[in-house]
Design a protein around this ligand. Sequence first.
Ligand code: NI
Length: 191
Amino acid sequence: MAIRKIATVGNPVLRQEAKRLTREELLLPETQRFIDDLVETMLDANGAGLAANQVYTPIQVCALHVKDNPRYPYKPNIPLTILVNPELTFLTEETFLNNEGCLSVPNLRGDVPRFVHIRVKAWDRHGELIDREVKGLTAGTYQHETDHLFGKLFLDRVQDTHSLTTWADFERFHQKAFVERATALVARFGS
Ligand code: NI
């Protein structure tokens, strides 16, 4: 396994739609090794998720994992999850304003509207079907990672540019209010 370099905003690899994988491609040893690297890189960087194109490999694979995450201490835990060829359906029109950061957008955070209730269809890393509903703050994480695979960054979805902030100024000026919002959302949806 190896820790890969993470592409940052401005790199065209982040802006291209990632290629869907066939089951045969997914099960190749080299693809499985790549997924191991993706996970190791995400854990090393304390990411809540990481998409393949963020490590210069534009295929439809992303990883999610939250366990007492120091970058996002208010996020509920998400077990290690690999999504291959994910497709999201929005099950409500209701959105919440999620405050997001991204390993590919160093030292910037901003408020992004995300749907509170989604359905996720994908394969896991072995090509087994994942079909689940996801709610609340965790649904925001799924939407952020899936966006990457379609060439979108959270910056594209920021509606109020006044919400953009460095990480230090987020903690100083905005974290308290956001954590109250996030905690209420987690209490409502359990995730
Ligand atoms: Ni990101």
